[in-house]
Design a protein around this ligand. Structure first.
Ligand SMILES: Cc1ncc(COP(=O)(O)O)c(C=O)c1O
Length: 409
């Protein structure tokens, strides 16, 4: 399979999977994930490390594929993500914790895990210092610029809650020294789903300028955010151009620094999004004077990105390759008007019982799922050539309800 493919199962595969595990179901292609890791590694210099942002997809089987494919570590945002990364074989030194609004309790749990805390606010740095005098730490900076596929996922700039802004750096430095904290790394993450190098390169420049004011850093981490194709008609991101855009800046930094520095990235969606589609069945057709609806047996409880961010995941009718193309609105089965996957798109002759594939659903799909309307999580499988392996079982009412933890009546 080409390293640029967006994964779509064959109709045969899809029918076999849904016959066995039901519909809806997330289907992930192992090879696509392996290809993305390899492309990422080739696009940046040798001393670059990949710390996969596990929030994108925390299926342990996906983590295992990523580990085998060569990711170096895991970027986490909660103590449970740390526990999972450890369970999947990552050592504490291969894990970074970038919390936000972390409580003392959360910071203590992270430190018990012996994982490096990446702190993104002055108030948390002060608390961290009081709690862990002399500890190693990393700082998340806000470079003052941000980029991403829409306003909701931009995490840099003056409107963002994330990171320490340049104005506050003297205070951060004073706190490091007051509490004898050992600064190991400088970090930023400007947003999710960017495609052009200019804002990214600007952020890298600004972060390197800040990093140059510290001695003895172990690493500089430029976060994730590399864009993917939610539509196959879109060109794939030119990842090597990101490597080229920063290579000289990093070399200049190293010359000033007097030694090489480890560069880290934290891609989430780039590594896993295009490897997975959400298979679903058409249950209902209906129309108003204005719209033709195709209603499917999944909803924003399984893939919230369209409802939350206005994302436009391509949807295809796997059951039909020929037939009349119809202009339709694809909606889910959640009792909410915002449960719309795509408005005014073309599908080939969509009928009840047809299988549709919602593409590039591998990041922030299953991991953002809920059991709203008391519908269970969707099952998940990984395909590896002809082999199909169940990685998350369909849930009975009893199993799902037990997991909610309500006490006995
Ligand atoms: C700190 C941090 N690093 C990395 C990522 C991964 O972003 P993406 O999945 O867009 O690559 C995120 C996503 O929100 C993040 O908050």
């Amino acid at each position: 399979m080409s390293s640029q493919n967006v994964f779509i199962p064959t109709l045969d595969q899809a029918q076999t999977i849904t016959a066995q595990y039901g519909s809806p179901v997330f289907v992930t292609d192992k090879q696509t994930i392996v290809d993305r890791v390899q492309t990422f590694k080739k696009s940046f210099s040798k001393q670059t490390k990949i710390f996969y942002a596990v929030k994108a997809n925390f299926n342990p089987h996906v983590l295992s594929v990523l580990k085998e494919a060569g990711v170096d570590g895991i970027d986490t945002v909660s103590p449970y993500e740390i526990a999972l990364a450890k369970q999947c074989g990552f050592a504490p030194t291969q894990i970074i914790f970038t919390g936000n609004a972390s409580s003392d309790q959360e910071l203590k749990e992270v430190m018990q895990h012996e994982v490096l805390c990446n702190i993104g606010s002055i108030s948390e740095l002060e608390r961290f210092g009081r709690l862990f005098n002399g500890a190693d730490v990393s700082l998340r900076l806000n470079p003052g610029v941000g980029d991403g596929e829409n306003q909701n996922v931009i995490t840099g700039g003056q409107d963002s809650k994330f990171g320490i802004i340049q104005r506050d750096m003297p205070i951060a430095k004073a706190l490091l020294s007051k509490y004898n904290l050992q600064l190991k790394g400088i970090h930023c993450h400007i947003g999710s789903g960017f495609y052009e190098t200019d804002v990214f390169a600007k952020a890298v420049y600004l972060i390197l300028e800040q990093a140059a004011t510290f001695a003895n850093l172990d690493f500089i981490d430029f976060g994730g955010g590399f864009g993917v194709r939610y539509q196959r008609s879109k060109d794939p991101i030119n990842l090597p151009s990101f490597g080229n855009a920063i290579v000289d800046m990093v070399k200049n930094f190293e010359a000033r620094n007097g030694k090489p520095i480890e560069i880290r990235f934290e891609p989430g969606k780039y590594l896993v999004s295009e490897a997975t589609c959400l298979l679903s069945s058409i249950t209902t057709r209906k129309s108003t004077e204005e719209k033709d609806f195709v209603c499917i047996d999944t909803g924003f409880h399984h893939l919230i990105r369209p409802a939350l961010y206005g994302s436009t995941h391509e949807i295809i009718n796997l059951s039909k390759t020929v037939g009349k193309k119809e202009r339709v609105t694809v909606v889910g089965n959640v009792c909410e008007s915002t449960d719309v996957f795509a408005d005014n798109i073309e599908l080939i002759d969509p009928n009840e019982g047809d299988l549709v594939a919602i593409l590039s659903a591998g990041a922030y799909g299953a991991s953002m799922s809920s059991v709203y309307n008391l519908r269970p999580y969707a099952a998940e499988v990984i395909v590896d050539g002809d082999a199909i392996a169940l990685t998350r079982a369909p849930q009975s009412f009893d199993l799902m309800f037990k997991g909610l933890g309500f006490t006995q009546l």
